[in-house]
Design a protein around this ligand. Structure first.
Ligand SMILES: NC(=O)c1ccc[n+]([C@@H]2O[C@H](COP(=O)([O-])OP(=O)(O)OC[C@H]3O[C@@H](n4cnc5c(N)ncnc54)[C@H](OP(=O)(O)O)[C@@H]3O)[C@@H](O)[C@H]2O)c1
Length: 297
């Protein structure tokens, strides 16, 4: 694990947490016992944005989208070279950047790193973006269990662990925005990628639960459910890929929705609408529809 120390802040920048905390205060709502009445952050604090999987397509696009003067980006990935390249692009856009190479499945290293990050300043926005996919293979023989287990450790255990750790820190401070990457594959299990669908359904439900729990404490939680976004992961995915979009476009939608503390950011509309129906129709009908649209083996 390698980390570079952050530089001192010199300007104030707005953050997504402002939406979450000031809405409560503006509406004069009661906050429960133990909930901080206001953020303990100094008014001059910089915006700190943490993004996991910054070496990936969506993570890299998110890093560039958030990169600006007045922002400190805390980026992670497993590929040092790629991470350095993204960091360089973000610095050129005016951001301060801290880079750390780490594997989300290494819980001890993950929590130690998160403690170090929070000691410098709890992030204002944390995006749990890192993730992986696996599938049943071209012959439909089934997922390799080693791959499925690694997927669950990354997409579920790593993501939940990070979100939990940061939720506690944000709750104690009384502000922050957690953004969790789920997928439209969470609306209904997909035969080609059963573990992936299951992991993203878990992230969706967890994020929704966290949101309700953390709302009175001034912490926002947003669940992101993208359709097909051009990336190595998307390319490796079997099955049709309608309405595929570039990562930059997805990043802009995520940034805008997170800044508004939206509960759910799901896109593109036609695919989201179709997939949503799969979750509300009787399961037998949904499975028949998936077959008609070539989503079964
Ligand atoms: N692309 C899509 O169509 C799509 C659709 C819906 C949801 N999503 C979700 O969006 C997120 C980003 O996907 P993407 O398309 O940008 O994929 P990607 O380009 O393949 O990037 C995946 C990122 O996750 C990191 N990662 C994977 N396993 C890790 C681990 N064990 N520890 C730490 N980092 C790990 C990778 O790091 P290294 O490359 O450095 O190893 C990489 O930065 C994922 O959660 C994915 O499920 C994607």
């Amino acid at each position: 694990m390698t980390a570079m120390p952050p530089q001192q802040p010199d300007t104030q920048a707005p953050s997504a947490r402002d939406d979450a905390t000031t809405t409560e205060q503006r509406e004069g709502k009661q906050v429960p016992d133990g909930a901080p009445q206001q953020s303990s952050r100094p008014a001059t604090a910089l915006r700190r944005v943490l993004i996991t999987g910054a070496t990936g397509e969506i993570g890299g696009a998110l890093a560039r989208a958030y990169a600006a003067r007045g922002t400190t980006l805390i980026l992670t990935g497993r590929k040092q070279r790629k991470l350095d390249a993204i960091a360089g692009e973000c610095r050129a856009l005016g951001a301060e950047v801290e880079c750390t190479v780490l594997n989300l499945c290494d819980e001890e290293t993950l929590f130690t790193w998160l403690d170090e990050v929070c000691a410098q300043g709890v992030p204002d926005i944390a995006i749990a973006n890192a993730g992986m996919n696996t599938d049943i293979g071209p012959q439909g023989n089934g997922e390799r269990w080693e791959d499925a287990r690694r997927l669950l450790q990354t997409n579920v255990v790593g993501t939940f662990g990070m979100a939990h750790h940061l939720a506690m820190a944000m709750k104690a401070r009384g502000s922050g925005q957690l953004v969790l990457l789920s997928s439209l594959a969470a609306w209904h299990g997909l035969a080609l990628t059963p573990s992936y669908s299951g992991s993203k359904a878990a992230v969706k439900a967890y994020g929704e639960g966290l949101r309700s729990w953390l709302k009175p404490f001034g912490v926002g939680v947003t669940v992101v459910m993208p359709g097909y976004v051009t990336s190595p992961m998307c390319e490796a995915m079997p099955g049709p890929k309608p309405f595929e979009m570039p990562a930059e476009q997805a990043a802009r939608r995520i940034l805008k929705g997170a800044a508004r503390n939206r509960a759910r950011i799901s896109f593109p509309f036609p695919l989201n609408f179709g997939c949503w129906w799969l979750s509300v129709l009787p399961a037998g009908i949904s499975q028949r529809l998936l077959g008609w649209f070539n989503y079964t083996h």
